[in-house]
Design a protein around this ligand. Sequence first.
Ligand SMILES: Cc1cc2nc3c(=O)[nH]c(=O)nc-3n(C[C@H](O)[C@H](O)[C@H](O)COP(=O)(O)O)c2cc1C
Length: 214
Amino acid sequence: MDKKIDRKMSWPKGYEPKDDSANDLTLRLGLISSILKDKPKKKMNTEIFNVMATRRSTRKFSNNPVEMWKIDKILAAADTAPTAGNYQGFEIFYVRDDDKKDSLVKAANNQPYVKTPVVLVFCMNPERIKLDFPKDVILKFSIQDSTLAAAYSQLAASALGLSSIWIGMFDEEKVKKIIGTKLRPTSFLCIGYPVKKRPPKSRRQLKELIHVVD
Ligand SMILES: Cc1cc2nc3c(=O)[nH]c(=O)nc-3n(C[C@H](O)[C@H](O)[C@H](O)COP(=O)(O)O)c2cc1C
């Protein structure tokens, strides 16, 4: 292993690289590098408009596990999202424990598809935002930071041939207890391989969506 790599650098407990090779460590130490520098692997759709046009929510997942390199990329994608003042006013809770996933199902109105191979809970962290603005503005920024980050991860999951379901309907207080935080959760992103890929859903007509302001 390359001695120059500081093994004490900051990966969270439980997310330590298993692969001891120097390359892998370098990538994992800099999550963003893992999406910017890592070579595209097979089965990755790198055309962003195609990813957007083909992404669909899934509520039926297979039990196939998600490869670690894909999880790295999904997490790294969140970290590339723009945030207010670049203060990154959000946190991600990567839930791996099966019992906790079961509890999250219950906290989310018994939506069974919450229990997927990869469950990410995105939370606001307004205290990170060191801008001298009124409290309500800071709170709004951190909701936006957290939501944008989840959206980036959702697109990344799609690009990697995975599917996801965004969960916004849950009891916030129960979720806080389950994941062990005081931070306010904004959404879960539940990710896995779909049993079946579905075609895109129809949207409203452009004239209802776009308002031209001259
Ligand atoms: C803010 C938000 C909250 C959502 N909450 C839920 C939810 O609690 N449960 C669920 O099954 N789907 C939820 N969804 C997924 C939507 O139902 C889904 O994105 C929508 O029907 C459009 O389908 P598509 O994602 O396949 O394009 C949510 C999506 C968003 C953006």
